[in-house]
Design a protein. Structure first.
Ligand code: PGA
Length: 256
């Protein structure tokens, strides 16, 4: 399968930005700006914005995601949100294992796997984030690390469920720093991720899976990154908070 046959996905990761009031305004700006996209458009918002985002995007081409999910179905987990709660709201996607959660909230490869399974079993689509720190890159272990993160995150995920899995390669040193990986660096690691998936699930699943790049992707650099054959879209932080910038990226993925 060539790249053109894979689903390109541009997903915004709003992180801890936008009150529900501000979210309503941003979604109102986004709807006309991305309405002609031929790629899949997703906005992943804080939990408190999800109801607004789902309501406002009904009947549009924008899909809504959360930024995290707990792995238990229900119970005494104060402050947590389950996959069923997200599904019931009409949420379709969830980001799992973002490096900020790994770094600040003690997320491990094992809990990433548990969250991914809980989300997939509830019928959500997951965007699983992997990626190395600057030190790991400099030590030359990017490939090993990303292979390991990908394999552990996908443990017990079935080949059928892989249709609902997106992997986002996000080098930590490029997130929110304005320092983007070069298109060749992004391509190299995205291709490695596809290779690992091929080893575990076979060629057909590997060729069909969407692999995104994330880390300071913006309106200026998106075209080059998205032109690479194994880069099927982007996970966009800062630039997803400005409708015109996000629209440029969506259009680049639609043409790519
Ligand atoms: P950034 O964030 O685009 O602001 O670098 C990307 C991400 O963390 O998903």
């Amino acid at each position: 399968m060539d790249k053109a046959k894979r689903k390109a996905i541009i997903a915004g990761n709003w992180k801890m930005n936008k009150t529900a009031t501000e979210a309503a305004k941003l979604v109102d700006e986004l709807i006309p700006a991305v309405k002609d996209a031929s790629c899949e458009v997703v906005i992943c918002t804080p939990y408190t914005d999800l109801v607004t985002a789902v309501e406002k995007t009904k009947g549009t081409n924008i899909h809504v995601g959360a930024e995290n999910v707990h792995f238990e179905k229900s119970g005494a987990f104060t402050g947590e949100i389950s996959a069923d709660m997200l599904v019931d709201l009409g949420v379709e996607y969830v980001i799992v294992g973002h490096s900020e959660r790994r770094q600040y909230f003690a997320e491990t490869d094992q809990t990433v796997n548990k969250r991914a399974l809980a989300a997939l079993n509830a019928g959500l689509k997951v965007i699983i984030c992997v990626g190395e720190s600057l030190q790991q890159r400099e030590e030359g272990v990017t490939e090993e690390l990303v292979r390991m993160q990908t394999k552990i995150a996908l443990r017990d995920v079935t080949a059928e469920q892989m249709a609902n899995v997106v992997i986002a390669y996000e080098p930590i040193w490029a997130i929110g720093t304005g320092k983007t990986a070069t298109a060749d660096q992004a391509e190299e690691v995205c291709a490695q991720i596809r290779k690992v998936i091929g080893e575990v699930y076979g060629e057909a699943v590997a060729e069909a899976v969407t692999v995104q790049y994330g880390g300071s992707m913006n309106a200026k650099n998106c075209e080059e990154l998205l032109s690479k054959k194994d880069v099927d879209g982007g996970l966009i932080g800062g630039a997803s908070l400005k409708a015109p910038d996000f629209a440029v990226i969506v259009n680049a993925a639609s043409n790519g």
